[in-house]
Design a binder for this molecule. Sequence first.
Ligand code: GUN
Ligand code: FE
Length: 449
Amino acid sequence: SRNDATTRIAQVFSGTFAHSTPNAALEILENCMLGVDDEGKIAFIEKDPDVDSLSKIRGFDASEIIKLDKYEFLMPGMVDTHIHASQYSYTGTALDLPLLEWLNTYTFPVEAQYKDLDFANNIYTKVVRRTLKNGTTTACYFATIHTDASLLLGELADKFGQRALVGKVCMDCNSAVPHYKESPDECKAETDRFIIELLKKEYSHVKPVVTPRFAPSCSASLLSELGEIANNNNLHIQSHISENKQEVDIVKKLFQDCKSYTDVYLKHNLLTNKTVMAHGCYLTDEELKIFHERGSAISHCPNSNISICSGILNVRNVLNHKVKLGLGTDVAGGYSPSILDAIRRALDTSKVLTIQDPDHQTLTFEEAFRLATLGGSEALSLDDQIGNFVVGKDFDALRVNVCVPGGPIDLFPGEGPKVILEKFLNLGDDRNITEVYVAGRRVVPFWNT
Ligand code: GUN
Ligand code: FE
């Protein structure tokens, strides 16, 4: 615990806290007290505290402690490591085509409309608010090719208080919608402009991410340019990899001098310790070794993988290769904008692998919980700032109540905090997430509703 006289304690919570650590997928802290300073950082965590002396030492008023009841707990905010904000309008529809047809039929025509900032404002406002309500305190967003609409997404994340990485999408090849792609020069110039303008805003929790859509949409020279921009400015990188078999075959044909799909990104300096690649269903062990060596991450998007019949990621194998891994909704390939859903679909997918091979070691709910929180923070290289309850990290947290009136969960006598968490993960929804905090600021319930 730090004892820093320059920061004031702004909030103190007492009760049960659930989080993950590098050593434990689930650690439950009962009868604990957690203080947040006026910069939104966790100032102390004390188990079985002597409240009188703690409040004197830390300089807070014991009467202002927020006491959680028996059916409540705090958990770290959830991290969506892969979501297309621009596809939110048709979430829950258009799941009848495989990836490449899906992109040309549904996705590119919709994304082309973000030229219109009023159109963008409506949908981007709704996706930021919806994901915050669902407990996504950090989102790694794909926007569209349009710089101004992408800047607007950053502005809205900042306004509503969500931590976000925002990517202006880059694509100069193979779009069936002729007006939905850029020339390579435009793409580079607009990426530069996007990064400069977003950084100029100095948002505390919103940062740009270099975003080649995926190898089939990008020329080799565009990939090189983007690798250079990211590396020269120490920026995050996001893209897609090995989602669907047809896609993997096309990449083999388009990049014949590369040994694998992973090699395409590696050769263009796009695999860094700030890279997150969505899907990875068909990566070989050789490729996973490269991900491990580079410190690059995979975003597991199980709803999308099933919904558009892409593939099944073997999460156990990824974890065995010690590759950083988080969960993604992949809206709108995935039909749910909730990371709680991603937890459930990740567990389902792992159970399918166990049905196929009884020796497969099924993912546990505790492991899925870690992927949704600490794992996501690692995948986005934000684990020095968020992901669990550690003194000095930002307070990104959910206040969960499993007994809200009219809610989806029934509890029975003798059920303790571990069962309460498991029921929330499997049965809960946004009604159970009564408050959401990002860097100590309460962002749900919303300030203007
Ligand atoms: N690969 C390239 N673009 C996309 C996209 O928008 N969604 C998904 N799921 N995969 C992609
Ligand atoms: Fe995606």
